[in-house]
Design a binder for this molecule. Structure first.
Ligand code: FAD
Ligand code: NAP
Ligand code: FMN
Length: 527
């Protein structure tokens, strides 16, 4: 018997929370274990002493891929869980209409099935650490008060589930890179690449609107620098998630070398120095944002740390998601449009893990571990429904697939695309121009931000074309938005609000788009 912590995650946040909570419960002397929802044998629900669910939400209120089967099992099989104690923590982001929906769904289902909620659900916003702390403290207080109920032997290790045929972050399909070409030769702002991956033999279905999770490999130079900072050779054996590797292998393929975990921050803080100052002044978040693992280790050499302890305090390496940029009907291989990430942390030049791995170290013929992340809310509409697609930069990816699918139909399609300089950043120029010529694209509105003194963005084109855009909306057009979540998406949203107020006579543009999102006429895939 034990408390079972089940996590549902796409990029590792919920998993880290579950691991942290597991350690805290173990410190109370209460038997506890963590399981990936994907590995959890559902029949054990019936005998659990307590179920704690920690899950993020993806798509538009959907479960992360590893939580899909368990949620479906509860919804469809409806196992009776009379009196089973449970607690739920959701991770999400309030900018999404269906905030923490997956956590809410689990919470409601467990109650419907007879479970007994022990503490209120906590819904964590984007800075999830602060909110998760509330959940952790509430749960630990409940366990302390009711310790006698949860004491007892650990029992045998939980049985693992027979796996469904689908691929996942843990069990990715080994695709083969079949095409790699730079899309913005000569651009001084960075590199954007077109990649294609052969999925033959996987039986994986996919459509534009979906993304794929790609499992990258860390930079060997960064692995070597971390080994050197920790004074370890890399040949030590470590265990990570029940598998044994050399430390070097784990650092290269399994562990996150970037974001400092709460556990590692505690270790650094114990050595005084900048981490301690951050903890005592409540600026941990800023410290973590400005330091990767290597930066922290250089400031706080964990002299004498053994290989296993180092492996344990690092987060798991998370997959990176990339929007599908092709239609299956049109090309056998799945395509992606990827901007390589490079930036500096303090004085140190940092390479984006996945994008630099793809650009620098993956060549045609090499294997790419990946799995599909379905997004049923972002699908090309039927040919009789006009589509307004807004996708600057790599946001163009799904729309290349949409347009491939719409080729040869009478569908009305309008694309807003933008980038920095027309001469070098016009991604998929020949294809887009051909689609304009053959009528696949009814309208193409372009915004080049750096070709003139003042910046011009896609939202400026949206405002300029407001009257026409309203006509399309009045004819039942659906709107699709893809690309940068921080600057672009709010900017475009504000322009759309203005358009419906000025040209559509809507008194409340925000309410109009909230309703459109609810009715499946406004779709966002932003990151
Ligand atoms: C659903 C979805 C679809 C996506 N589709 C695409 C796509 O089609 N094409 C595409 O190119 N990307 C896409 N992305 C983004 C992609 O998943 C990766 O986040 C991105 O490629 C960076 O990955 P990386 O491993 O190279 O960088 P990482 O090693 O993960 O580094 C990036 C991280 O570093 C931090 N960072 C970035 N810049 C700075 C800075 N200046 N200072 C400090 N810290 C910084 C941020 O935390 C950022 O998340 C998508 C994301 C999602 C969620
Ligand atoms: N060449 C590249 O495209 C490139 C290379 C390497 C890395 N990256 C990084 O990769 C990520 C994704 O890049 P991406 O290729 O999709 O391009 P992006 O950075 O999203 O830029 C695409 C276009 O959007 C514009 N833009 C910036 N802020 C905007 C806002 N608030 N509203 C509307 N448009 C806005 C950009 O203009 P301005 O930038 O002129 O403001 C640019 O013209 C970004 O973090 C980017 O920094 C991009
Ligand atoms: C493409 C995408 C879609 C998302 N959809 C939602 C959503 O519908 N509702 C929500 O509350 N959060 C949403 N989120 C936010 C995530 O749930 C949040 O970032 C969470 O911390 C991720 O945790 P994980 O790493 O455990 O998956 C979305 C994030 C992304 C990148």
């Amino acid at each position: 018997m034990a408390i079972t912590l089940l996590f549902g995650t796409e990029t590792g946040n919920a998993e880290e929370c579950a691991e942290e909570l597991n350690d805290a419960i173990a410190e109370l002397g209460i038997p506890c274990r963590v399981a990936d929802m994907e590995d959890y044998a559902f029949e054990q629900l019936l005998t659990e002493q307590m179920i704690v669910i920690i899950t993020s939400t993806y798509g538009n209120g959907d479960p992360p891929a590893n939580a899909e089967d368990l949620l479906e099992h509860l919804q469809e099989q409806r196992p009776a869980l009379p009196g089973t104690p449970f607690a739920v923590c959701g991770l999400g982001d309030r900018t999404y209409a269906r905030f923490c929906q997956c956590g809410k769904d689990f919470d409601a289902l467990l109650e419907e099935l007879g479970g007994q909620r022990q503490i209120d659900r906590v819904d964590c916003d984007a800075d999830y650490e602060m909110f998760f702390k509330e959940f952790r403290e509430n749960l630990l207080a409940h366990l302390r008060t009711n310790k006698a109920r949860y004491d007892g032997p650990m029992g045998t290790a939980p049985a693992k589930r027979e796996h469904a045929a689908h691929f996942s972050a843990k069990r990715p399909f080994m695709g083969t890179l079949t095409a790699k070409r730079r899309l913005n030769d000569g651009s001084s702002t960075g590199q954007t690449w077109h990649y294609e991956v052969d999925l033959s033999g996987s039986n994986m279905d996919w459509a534009p609107g979906d993304s794929f999770g790609v499992m990258p490999t860390n930079d060997p130079a960064e692995v070597a620098a971390i080994l050197s900072a920790a004074r370890l050779t890399g040949q030590e054996t470590v265990t990570h998630k029940d598998e044994s590797f050399t430390l070097e292998h784990a650092l290269t393929h399994r562990l996150c070398l970037q974001r400092i975990s709460a556990d590692l921050l505690r270790r650094f803080a114990a050595l005084q120095g900048p981490a301690m100052e951050a903890v005592s002044s409540g600026t941990e978040a800023q410290y973590v944002a400005s330091h990767h693992v290597l930066d922290g280790l250089r400031e706080h050499p964990l002299l004498g740390i053994d290989a296993q302890s180092l492996a344990k305090v690092l987060r798991s390496l998370a997959p990176r998601l990339y929007s599908v940029a092709s239609a299956k009907e049109h090309s056998k291989d799945v395509a992606f449009c990827v901007a390589t990430t490079r930036f500096t942390l303090g004085e140190r030049a940092v390479k984006g893990v996945a994008t630099c791995w793809l650009e620098e170290r993956v060549n045609v013929g090499d294997k790419v571990p990946l799995y599909r992340v379905e997004n049923r809310n972002f699908r090309v509409p039927a040919p009789d429904v006009p589509a307004i697609m807004i996708g600057p930069g790599t946001g163009i990816a799904p729309f290349r697939g949409f347009l491939q699918q719409r080729q040869g139909s009478q569908a009305q399609s309008w694309l807003f695309f933008g980038h920095r300089n027309e001469a070098v950043d016009y991604l998929y120029k020949e294809e887009l121009e051909a689609w304009v010529s053959n009528g696949t694209l009814s309208k193409l509105s372009l915004a080049w931000s750096r070709d003139q003194g003042a910046k011009v963005y896609v939202q400026d084109r949206i405002r300029e074309q407001g009257a026409e855009l309203w006509k399309w909306l009045a004819q039942g057009a659906q709107v699709f938005l893809c690309g940068d979540a921080k600057g672009m998406a709010p900017g475009v949203h504000a322009a759309l609000v203005q358009v419906v107020q000025e040209h559509g006579g809507q008194s409340d543009g925000q309410a109009y788009w909230a309703q459109a999102e609810e009715n499946g006429r406004y779709h966002k895939d932003v990151y």
